[in-house]
Design a protein around this ligand. Structure first.
Ligand SMILES: Cc1cc2nc3c(=O)[nH]c(=O)nc-3n(C[C@H](O)[C@H](O)[C@H](O)COP(=O)(O)O)c2cc1C
Length: 205
């Protein structure tokens, strides 16, 4: 599939085939492709919870406006953004130290800059978590399509309820949900809604 075909054919699919599972290997391929998404300082301040069991689906369904696709799709991903992902506890810093020949002083400046940029106010930490998680989310939607898998992004949820139900740790926030699976071919997918193009959205200064 070419990139334009991926973009053209990705849709938010409302109806999933309940009988069609998603192979674990396919989910791994999707995520391993999607993690090539960019992130600030390459900090990858995200985690993904794959909701597959009936019990976990019921919990998520209750906290996410009872959206039926959470029960119907074989898996729904909770994309979790880490508002503290710039801190020293992020293992990515160690990867950077290793890549710098094991010398922590080589990444000290970057660690301080990241803390200043993303940790100095609450607003900055929220933007940090949400902007990076948005990029991995979009990357997952396109990677899924590339592997022939349908998807549906959702932010219709009680964020606090999801955080509590899935016991997300300090600074970790649910950002978006993505149901993955195969669309129910017996149901009609409505036409693609109009997009506002370059002339409507771009201001050249
Ligand atoms: C951040 C975000 C949140 C969304 N939340 C929901 C949702 O909670 N429920 C829903 O049915 N669709 C949701 N959608 C799907 C959009 O309605 C859909 O992407 C849009 O209408 C465009 O359709 P298309 O993706 O098929 O092109 C969401 C999409 C995005 C990007």
């Amino acid at each position: 599939m070419t990139l334009d075909q991926v973009y053209d054919s990705r849709r938010a699919v409302n109806f999933f085939d309940k009988e069609k599972p998603l192979a674990e290997a396919t989910l791994k391929n999707i995520v391993n492709m999607a993690v090539l998404a960019p992130s600030a300082f390459n900090l990858q301040p995200w985690e993904i919870i794959a909701v597959k069991s009936d019990e976990a689906k019921a919990k998520l369904h209750a906290a996410a406006n009872k959206q039926p696709k959470i029960l119907d799709a074989p898996v729904t991903l909770i994309i979790v953004g880490n508002r503290k992902g710039f801190e020293a506890s992020n293992p990515v810093w160690q990867d950077k130290i290793d890549a710098a020949g094991g010398d922590p002083s080589k990444v000290k400046g970057a660690m301080e800059a990241a803390a200043r940029l993303y940790g100095s106010t609450e607003e900055r930490s929220i933007k940090f978590a949400e902007s990076n998680s948005g990029l991995i989310a979009m990357s997952i939607l396109y990677a899924a399509k590339f592997y022939g898998v349908d998807s549906h992004p959702m932010s219709g949820m009680d964020f606090a309820a999801v955080k509590e139900a899935f016991e997300l740790g300090d600074g970790k926030e649910p950002v978006i949900l993505i149901s993955l699976g195969y669309r129910d071919e017996t149901k009609t997918l409505h036409g693609r809604a109009k997009r506002r193009g370059y002339d409507e959205v771009v201001t050249v200064l």
